[in-house]
Design a binder for this molecule. Sequence first.
Ligand code: ASP
Ligand code: MG
Length: 430
Amino acid sequence: MGIVVQKYGGSSVADAAGVKRVAQRIVNTKKAGHQVVVVVSAMGDTTDELIDLANEVSPLPPARELDMLLTAGERISMAVLAMAIQNLGHEARSFTGSQAGVITDAAHGRAKIIDVTPGRIQAAIDEGAIAIVAGFQGVSQTTKDITTLGRGGSDTTAVALAVALEADVCEIYSDVDGIFTADPRIEPTARKVPRISYEETLEMAAQGAKILHLRCVEYARRYDMPIHVRSSFSEKEGTWVVRAADVTVVAQEESKPMEAAIITGVAHDRSQAKITVVGVPDKPGEAAAIFRAVAEAEINIDMIVQNVSAAATSLTDISFTLPRGEGQTAMTALSRLQESVGFDSLQYDDSVGKVSIVGAGMSSSPGISARFFEALSEAGVNIEMISTSEIRVSVVVAETQVESAVNAAHAAFDLGSDEIEAVVYGGTGR
Ligand code: ASP
Ligand code: MG
């Protein structure tokens, strides 16, 4: 049998009991005849605690040292897990990201993987050992310094290793049973999605669903590596993230009604804010100046809406959304432009939320937006902004209405199940 890469998140290995439970699971996979490579995150909230510690000793911890500190979290869990497995009578060897051949660029805190040379991992599993790899870290090709991949980066480590080792599957374990049609914490009838395409998963993740690290899905899509998202707290089959064609084939084999797949899920995001630039002169170059200023402040924006200008005044309003944490920076950058661009004022609103419906089937079925907006209207939810992609419709609404909007959309597309399916085992997510 082939190679299986398994990734366990922080909530799965939060304490000694969790580590022992995961060790048993790994051994079971090994006994079933697979070669097993495990990627592990830092135990529980270790990464957050290490960041707090850094901030206590320095208001601006140097990026190189911060990475050195944070990677210690995964070194602890990998060694402890290897010990627990050995205690069950199986050979296990732990490796840092660098030892596992995870080569990155030099961007501390957000390094990109540029190559994976898993020679030592391959040798370990060929000798019959279980290889345990510290997630979220690598070594810079140029500086040889230790780097981290950004928060939640262990998912990406796992997929990258699975691709490099030509594994059969990359299993990602967390404290929920898979990907759900909506966040079970606000939509109790949420159903587990058995199969979902890479594209839909990317849209769901980008729209705030806390499923998988965005980059890990991009990586898996590029190399066509199937991801099985499941819980380490149960034996249940989770959600398979695969090519769109494979989702369709299986649905046909199981003779599931195809229309069921028009909408796959509802995602929501409370991490955004909205800025409106009021009274912008309607002439070429104004939007360019505004967004150049935002770009120079290194802020990633999401939705943009510009109104038709009022004929009488030739003035227009431009609104856009951005991560809340960047709101202050953006407002400062924009207020510097007030005179040169000649707009009237700036408005900042951080009590907004975004609700999105995602589904590959919507590109070929008319009336999806109408059904979504009708459902919102019946729930008394006011739409502030709208944006779409081929497989997604998103709206910005008042933050207080996010929950009703999710519930309304979920019901309008018949996504709910009769029995409660969703169990959240851990607590803090991954
Ligand atoms: N331990 C890191 C974090 O908490 C990486 C991960 O969990 O994937 O962000
Ligand atoms: Mg973590």
